[in-house]
Ligand binder design. Structure first.
Ligand code: NAD
Length: 502
């Protein structure tokens, strides 16, 4: 089946007439999901022009009504949740419980955005002059270019598109090449909700979808002078490029990038809880979450016992197609992602001291040979200087390090260029609070896994994980709006601040 772009309210083919295949990573040869447009500069420019024109009207629609659109989007997503999740598992591999969670995150974000349409609070402040009032409120910015990765094909686009729309911006959305179907479904739903809520006042071009390659569609969005802001989630490599171009062109840029997250387990922790957490954090989504637990830092007193139990549990994980019952771990998203994982395993094996205690190879038994499966892999005796301790792998590989005490554990945790998520398991309240204070990360869990963000809380990281913005919660609304300060002088005189008052 051939899919299309949405430009100016019309579903249409790319100007190139070319398509790329979308296939199931668990059943590559036999399950072709669809053909998606390989769009060109002409498609991007047409979509941006449409969004610019639509902005003139959309910015005037009252924010509560814009919120109503998101309410209907949420309602439709609730109705279609199971189907969306099934198709998402088919196109990117993670197990159905997780794709349902990914969809639920989108639903929660829709309802949060809907209610924000009635808030979008500003501030007022006293004036320093008599008979004068000072107000400030949010205004929309213009056209937003939204560029997203494949690992959360629903949640991440909704984190960006919903607040952008509620704030009164229009959108050109370029989804990841590996997950175009979920993006297509999302944009269909948004467009349907727009038509339901706005009726005869429907505005074409508020939401546009342009499929295609990052090097073409992404670059053209960056280059287009009428794109006022770019919100990007993806690799640090591409994020740096976006920041460079965006900086030069004075675009507003939000970046959510890589991570090398760690879980510390102290010797007073509830071991079973910590075990459940690391299994979920390291091997959920096949380790392909930006918040995945890629490092486990164990207190020396519990190290050996913990590893013994962990090994037992990891060996029981069932690999398979995520839409089948009882499957714990799906495939890597693509052949090249699996190759990257395999290369990192080789890098780990070349380290003198690191020991690989399980996994370390492609999984090819039975039906697994049809997809890009990789055995859950654990390295112990890893030291902080090793590449497998420092670099993002984005696959089912866990590096285990040892610490003597809390200070050393936190030092190891902080010893990477990234700072997204982090976790510590301890029953010592003093250690917990010291960790909260000293860990360099945007997110810290006490007695929880490194994964599992809530939609109404700020989400993002420090250091090379981003450029200081946050998704989620109230904080993201600052990115999608400008502040306007308004002074109302009802004195009947020309009063001059600073000059007349002091
Ligand atoms: P990626 O950087 O390869 O691609 C992300 C998006 O950018 C895709 O849509 C891609 O087509 C586009 N793109 C690629 N080159 C571009 C260019 N030159 N100009 C404009 N756009 C371009 O990342 P990915 O492989 O899709 O995703 C995995 C990465 O995303 C990991 O590093 C992961 O940590 C990160 N991630 C971060 C978060 C977070 O919130 N911090 C969340 C999820 C994923």
């Amino acid at each position: 089946m051939e899919f299309q772009n949405l430009i100016n309210g019309v579903w249409k083919n790319s100007a190139s007439g070319k398509f790329s295949e979308n296939r199931n990573p668990a059943n590559w040869n036999d399950d072709l999901i669809g053909m998606f447009p390989l769009s060109t500069e002409a498609d991007v420019n047409e979509a941006v022009d449409a969004a610019k024109e639509a902005f003139k009207k959309w910015r005037l629609v009252p924010a509560p009504k814009r919120g109503d659109v998101l309410k209907v989007v949420g309602d439709i997503m609730v109705e279609r949740k199971d189907e969306i999740a099934f198709e998402m598992t088919r196109e990117m591999g993670k197990v159905i419980a997780e794709t349902k969670g990914d969809t639920q995150e989108g639903i929660d974000t829709a309802f949060y955005a809907a209610s924000e349409g009635r808030r979008l609070f500003g501030y007022n402040a006293p004036s320093e002059l008599y008979n004068k009032m000072n107000l400030s409120f949010r205004i929309p910015i213009g056209v937003g270019g939204i560029i997203t990765p494949w690992n959360f094909p629903m949640a991440i686009p909704t984190w960006k598109i919903f607040p952008a729309l509620v704030c009164g911006n229009t959108v050109v959305f370029k989804p990841a090449e590996l997950t175009p179907k979920t993006a297509n479904t999302l944009v269909h739903i948004i467009d349907e909700a727009m038509r339901i809520v706005l009726g005869k006042d429907y505005i074409p071009g508020v939401i546009n979808l342009v499929h295609g390659k990052g090097s073409v569609v992404g670059e053209c969005l960056l280059a287009n002078k009428n794109v006022d802001l770019i919100s990007f989630t993806g690799s640090t490599l591409v994020g740096r490029r976006i920041n460079e171009v965006g900086g030069r062109e004075l675009k507003r840029v939000s970046l959510e990038l890589g991570g090398k997250n760690a879980q510390i387990v102290m010797d007073d922790a509830n071991m079973d809880l910590a075990l459940d957490a690391v299994l979920w954090g390291a091997f959920g989504t096949t380790g392909q979450r930006c918040t995945a637990t890629s490092r486990l830092i164990l207190h020396k007193n519990i190290h050996d016992k913990f590893i013994e139990k962990l090994l037992e549990r990891v060996k029981k994980l069932k690999l398979g197609y995520g839409n089948e019952k009882g499957v714990d771990v799906g495939p890597c998203v693509s052949e090249s992602q699996r190759e990257t994982v395999d290369e990192y395993v080789k890098i780990g094996l070349n380290e003198d001291k690191a020991k690989m205690i399980t996994g370390g190879e492609k999984a090819t038994e039975g039906n697994l040979a049809k997809g890009w499966f990789y055995k859950p892999t654990i390295f112990t005796d890893v030291t902080p200087d090793m590449r497998i301790a420092k670099e993002e792998i984005f696959g089912p590989v866990l590096s285990v390090l040892k610490c003597n005490d809390l200070d050393e554990g936190v030092k190891i945790l902080n010893g990477t260029e990234y700072g997204l998520s982090s976790s510590i398991f301890t029953n010592n309240v003093n250690d917990a609070f010291r960790a909260v204070r000293d860990i360099e990360a945007g997110i810290t869990y006490i007695n929880g896994a490194t994964i599992g963000a809530e939609a109404h809380m700020p989400f993002g990281g420090v250091k090379a994980t981003g450029n200081g913005h946050r998704e989620g919660g109230w904080t993201v609304y600052d990115f999608y709006s400008e502040w306007k300060a308004v002074y109302i002088d009802y004195s009947g005189k020309l009063q001059r601040a600073q000059i007349d008052n002091y």
